[in-house]
Every structure is written in C-alpha cells, then in structure tokens.
Design a protein around this ligand. Structure first.
Ligand SMILES: *Cc1c(COP(=O)(O)O)cnc(C)c1O
Length: 230
C-alpha cells in the first residue's frame, strides 16, 4: 500500500501530464501536424528517481537529464524500467563523456568536434544532436553558428554516432513569442543539413516551438512543478 501522500502526488502528476498533453495536441492541431510528430521529453533534473518512475507509470518513455553525476545516482533505482530512453540535455565536459555514453541513449548537447570524437571512441552506438548557440548570452552553451558546418561534417564522419538533429535553448522569457525567431532559425538550419529532429521548446513556450516545427519539446516545470520547491 502506498501512503496517501504518494497517491495524491501521483494523481497530481497525472493531472499535470494531461494538461501538457492537451497543450501539445492543441498546438499540433493549430499547426496542422500529427500529434506523433512531437515527442514529449520529460525533464527530471533535481527530481528524484521516483519522479521518473511515476512518469513512466503514466506512459512516458523518454527522459531528459542535465547532469551526468546526478543521473548516475538515480540510474541504479531505475534498472527495471524497460523501453526507456534517456537524453542528456545539459552541457557535457569531455572528461565526463565516458560515463555519459554509458548512461544515456541520446546526447543532445554535442558542441565540439573534440567532444564528438571522445563519445565516438567509446564504441557504443549513440544518437547525438548538436546544440546550437543562437543567443549571445554568456551563460548559454552550444556551438557557434560559424562552427556548425564543420561540426556537422565531423560528427557525420564518426561511425558510432548518428546525428539526428539540432537542439537549442533561446534566452528565457516570460513571453512565449520572444523565442519564435530563434526556433525559426534552428529549423532553417536543420533543413539546410537535412536533419530531421529539432529539440526546442520548454514548459513556457512549447506551443511556439511546435508551430515552428519542433519535434522534441523538453518539459520540466509543467510536469513536475517548480524546481525551487525541492
Ligand atoms: C531545465 C531544462 C528544461 C525544462 O525547462 P522547464 O522550463 O522546466 O520546462 C528544458 N531544457 C533544458 C536544456 C533544461 O535545462
């Protein structure tokens, strides 16, 4: 028997998931896109392994984590979950690439040829995306625009890596319209390289991202609540 608090927490999660699902469906309808063209990636940084399990029980199968070490500590508790995929969506330092390749199925934040070569050396087939820095904010990671041509070519030459798309993180804003030009820009870059996946859009701006062609929305707060609380 679960304690009452656990039951109410799970139904709270189910209600949040239903609300996010409805937002995604509405945005897809508006954009004339099939619902299956957008993956809901549940972002679980800061939340415990139990949050991933609860989301899994509600049917979610793909999860995004920001820090290798944090996920390393949760991962043993999740070894029984089947058909699940974990994406690294935070900046990856080369010296953590081995552990990252072991723990994750997708690395969304490849931002240098050096990091790509390190990941390739480990011999495990990995899906990767290139993180593109579209804003001038110092705090943002990602490859610079002028580096992308060479980086796409370098990653495509590595046998263990499959490059599937681009990821970006525009400057955070209350106003969901402000990221639109960044999303549009990422989409046109992906088209230029014939890359199919676009990881863009978060809790606040997922509708805008879907309208602009996002295929992966990375949603934390709208599913799990405020991270400040924990
Ligand atoms: C935390 C995080 C998210 C989720 O942000 P929310 O606003 O909580 O939905 C998405 N992408 C990245 C890269 C993040 O670090």
């Amino acid at each position: 028997m679960l304690p009452n608090s656990a039951i109410s927490k799970d139904s709270e999660f189910a209600a949040r998931l239903a609300a996010v699902e409805e937002r995604i469906e509405r945005a897809c309808r508006r954009a004339g896109r099939p619902r299956q063209s957008v993956l809901l990636l549940a972002v679980t940084k800061v939340f415990p392994a139990a949050a991933i399990r609860a989301a899994y029980e509600c049917g979610l199968r793909e999860f995004g984590e920001n820090y290798v070490q944090e996920f390393e500590s949760k991962s043993p508790e999740l070894s029984d979950l089947r058909d699940v995929r974990y994406h690294l969506i935070g900046h990856l330092q080369s010296n953590k690439s081995r552990r990252a390749a072991e723990l994750f199925d997708v690395i969304q934040t490849v931002d240098s040829a050096k990091l790509a070569r390190r990941l390739n050396e480990l011999g495990k087939p990995l899906e990767v995306m290139i993180e593109v820095k579209l804003s001038e904010e110092e705090s943002k990671h990602g490859a610079q625009l002028e580096e992308i041509d060479a980086l796409v070519e370098a990653v495509r030459a590595l046998p263990n890596l499959t490059l599937t798309g681009l990821m970006t993180m525009p400057p955070w804003s209350e106003d969901p319209e402000l990221p639109r030009p960044y999303f549009r820009r990422l989409r046109s870059m992906a088209e230029r390289y014939s890359l199919e996946k676009l990881s863009m859009g978060m809790s606040n701006d997922l509708e805008t991202a879907i309208e602009e062609g996002s295929t992966i929305v990375r949603v934390g707060t709208a599913l799990f609540g405020s991270r400040k609380r924990v």
